[in-house]
Write a protein that binds this ligand. Structure first.
Ligand code: FAD
Ligand code: PYC
Length: 417
């Protein structure tokens, strides 16, 4: 912020009221930053941190249209796990889970990462077969995941009803013990503070309104609500809004944006020891360190950019929670909210280079990118610094929608689509 304002003041002092690009319309813009990251969520702030920390690229700005962590980073239910089916996904998400492990120490900021276990309930024969397939695939990739009987599931999570007379009885569960939760805002703030300490500029309340490309087509910088900022490299990490920003560069992206909702109950004493997800009954729950039951819903059925969702979706979720955990039937809701997630056709992210030289993208995490925060940030920084993807994110390129090498994790986010 400070440097940005100081720069404009300097430009104005030189040339009167006109800003720099207007002042010398024929001059190629001189890069003011080595790289710009669009989006001040956990992914964008983390990418700026790793650019500075791992690659010595400190002349970086993060440009955020609202406030830090005010997007999906601050709106999600914080489930962390890596029990995805395909090899590419298991490598990607497990890279992130491993980074979560040392993140509090790395940032000197308590992310409150808690490995309390993520248990996915199987309610029918299809669920049982699918989860067992996941367990075997995960184990082959060195990712822990194990099968529990209904009784073992109840022992792991006592509030769970395993009544065989239930509409969707629990037939068993897949448990990833290394899975768990973290506190969402700590991740944004931890990365922001650590990045700023390394020299990164963080500019809030400043929406990117355009992407400027030069005569060769390469990136020259971004237009913002407060003027043009020049940089030869721009990384876009603006969940929910990515396709709009890509259009600014003349690119069409295979993304749809949907509202996704969550709610918390009034706070109660610790009663819920793990994370439970039910894809079939469409609900998932954990308990926050403040004592609230954290409950997530499925995506809305219609695309929208509004950060709120339809009432019937959240009612359906609450009904499902009451069915799976009857002891919570008398709990009261404290607050509910929504975010906007961007979803690709194969429900896997796009993380890599774009056809525009100097433009990089990290998007399409849909309902499941919080768990990926440190991994996505690390890999985006790698890709920007080296102008090539890391082997882990190489399969998650844009070209897969042209050549058909999809990574179809359709059911893996464990929420209703
Ligand atoms: P964000 O935190 O959304 O950051 C992107 C930023 O870009 C925003 O701050 C936004 O303001 C900014 N921006 C947008 N347009 C512009 C512009 N033009 N100029 C400048 N800035 C701009 N994932 C999980 O792994 N586990 C979960 O349990 C989980 N639960 C979820 C529950 C809900 C209700 C929601 C909504 C999401 C959930 N997710 C979950 C998904 C997860 O929250 C996201 O994938 C992840 O947080 C994305 O992080 P990010 O940093 O990329 O995006
Ligand atoms: O990715 O685990 C997940 C998730 C749960 C709820 C929303 N996303």
């Amino acid at each position: 912020m400070t440097r940005f304002n100081a720069f404009n003041l300097f430009a104005k002092a030189l040339g009167g009221h006109k800003s720099w690009p207007e002042q010398w319309p024929d001059a190629r813009p001189k890069p003011f930053y080595d790289a710009i990251i669009v989006g001040g969520g956990g992914h964008g702030l983390g990418a700026a941190y790793y650019l500075a920390k791992k690659y010595g690229i400190r002349n970086v700005a993060v440009i955020e249209k609202g406030w830090l962590g005010g997007g999906n980073t601050g709106r999600n239910t914080t489930i962390i796990r890596s029990n995805y089916l395909y090899d590419e996904s298991a490598h990607l998400y497990d890279h992130a889970v491993k980074l979560w492990d040392g993140l509090s120490q790395e940032l000197n900021y308590n992310t409150m990462y808690s490995k309390r276990g993520v248990m996915m309930l199987a309610h029918n024969v299809h669920d049982v077969q699918s989860f067992k397939r996941h367990i075997h695939a995960n184990r082959l990739n060195g990712v822990d995941n194990e099968w529990l009987t209904p009784e073992e599931a109840k022992a792991y999570c006592p509030p769970l009803s395993i009544d065989p007379g239930a509409r969707y009885p629990v037939l068993g569960a897949a448990l990833q013990r290394r899975g768990g939760t973290a506190r969402h805002d700590t991740v944004a703030w931890g990365y922001a503070r650590a990045a700023a300490a390394l020299g990164v500029d963080i500019i809030q309340n400043c929406a990117v309104t355009g992407i400027r490309r030069g005569p060769s087509g390469a990136i020259e910088g971004v237009e913002t609500e407060r003027g043009f900022i020049a940089a030869p490299k721009v990384g876009v990490s603006a969940a929910g809004n990515s396709s709009v920003i890509m259009q600014m560069a003349g690119l069409q992206f295979p993304l749809e944006s949907y509202p996704l909702q969550a709610l918390v109950s009034e706070p109660i004493k610790p009663v819920f020891p793990c994370v439970v997800m039910s894809n079939t009954v469409h609900a998932y729950m954990s308990q926050s360190d403040k004592g609230e039951l954290v409950i997530g819903a499925g995506t809305d059925q219609y695309v929208s950019y509004s950060q709120r969702g339809a009432l019937h979706i959240i009612e359906h979720t609450v009904a499902a929670i009451c069915e799976i955990f009857p002891i919570f039937r008398r709990m009261r809701m404290l607050r509910s909210w929504g975010g906007v997630v961007d979803v690709t056709p194969d429900r896997s992210p796009i993380l890599g280079k774009t056809p525009v030289p100097g433009l990089y993208v990290n998007c399409g995490w849909g309902t499941g990118g919080f768990k990926a925060t440190p991994g996505a940030a690390d890999l985006l920084a790698y890709t920007i610094a080296r102008d090539e993807p890391h082997p882990i994110n190489a399969p998650f390129n844009l070209d897969r929608f042209r050549n058909g090498r999809l990574i179809d994790e359709a059911a893996a986010a464990a929420v209703a689509h």
